[in-house]
Ligand binder design. Structure first.
Ligand code: PXP
Length: 238
């Protein structure tokens, strides 16, 4: 079965909205793990709009599954990652004004910087993943960069209208197949929710899906445990 990485950024978003001590991150981690999360994802952004350094430290200390740190390829973040030693690192593009990550990392244009970043992350001993658009050329470049994994950006599929959906789904499928054939670990995520995850969860080459916003939103009504179990069950049934 495809694994589920639960992204807890928006637990921190609610907390940072008022700078309250709640919702408590450790409770969120524990509930996520006991409800079936296979890993916990946190994105430490340059502007610290949600996840704080303290969250990452706490997560490293208490997570029993795997910690996936999403980060921009910057010197500051490399230093943090090498100190914290997450299990997985996913390199993502970051723009200050964006509401959320807007697309995959352009590893063609930023080849040298990404290459340098990967080299300087060796000390972390993490599996390095590159968040890329579902595009064979990008997959090949990820391999050239010696990344161990890729995360395919599912945002365009998630936002596509009914006529475009199949096109984007096929891009994800063919990129996943190509990547698996050249021995890359294939993950996927962004914009996945309870209505659109099934088709993606049927792609056998995918190892793990990283999902945040829809799970945290659903937890307002169901509670975090049930929201995660519901997502796990859809992925399992697919
Ligand atoms: N994967 C990556 C690389 C991301 O940047 C994000 C959003 O932080 C996600 C997955 C999760 O996306 P969503 O919150 O839309 O489920």
């Amino acid at each position: 079965m495809i694994k589920l990485g639960v992204n807890l950024d928006h637990v921190a978003t609610i907390r940072q909205q008022r700078y309250t001590p709640y919702p408590d991150m450790l409770t969120a981690i524990k509930i996520s793990e006991s409800s079936g999360a296979d890993s916990i994802t946190m994105h430490l952004r340059e502007d610290r709009r949600h996840i704080q350094f303290e969250d990452i430290k706490l997560a490293r200390k208490h997570i029993k599954t795997k910690l996936n740190l999403e980060m921009a390829p910057t010197k500051e973040m490399c230093k943090i990652a090498n100190d914290i030693k997450p299990d997985f690192i996913c390199l993502v593009p970051e723009k200050r004004q964006e509401l959320t990550t807007e697309g995959g990392l352009d590893i063609k244009k930023n080849f040298d910087n990404v290459s340098k970043t990967i080299s300087s992350l060796r000390k972390s001993e993490a599996l390095i993943s590159l968040f890329i658009e579902p595009d064979i050329e990008m997959v090949k470049i990820a391999k050239d960069l010696n990344a161990g994994a890729i995360e395919l950006h599912t945002g365009k599929y998630a936002e596509a209208n009914i006529r475009e959906k199949d096109y984007f789904l096929n891009e994800i499928k063919s990129s996943a197949q190509y990547a698996k054939n050249i021995s890359l670990v294939v993950n996927a995520g962004h914009g996945l929710d309870y209505t659109n995850v099934k088709e993606i969860a049927r792609i056998q080459e995918i190892n793990e899906l990283n999902i945040g916003h829809s799970i945290i939103a659903e937890s307002i009504f169901l509670g975090l445990a049930e929201a995660i179990k519901k997502m796990k069950s859809i992925i399992g049934d697919a």
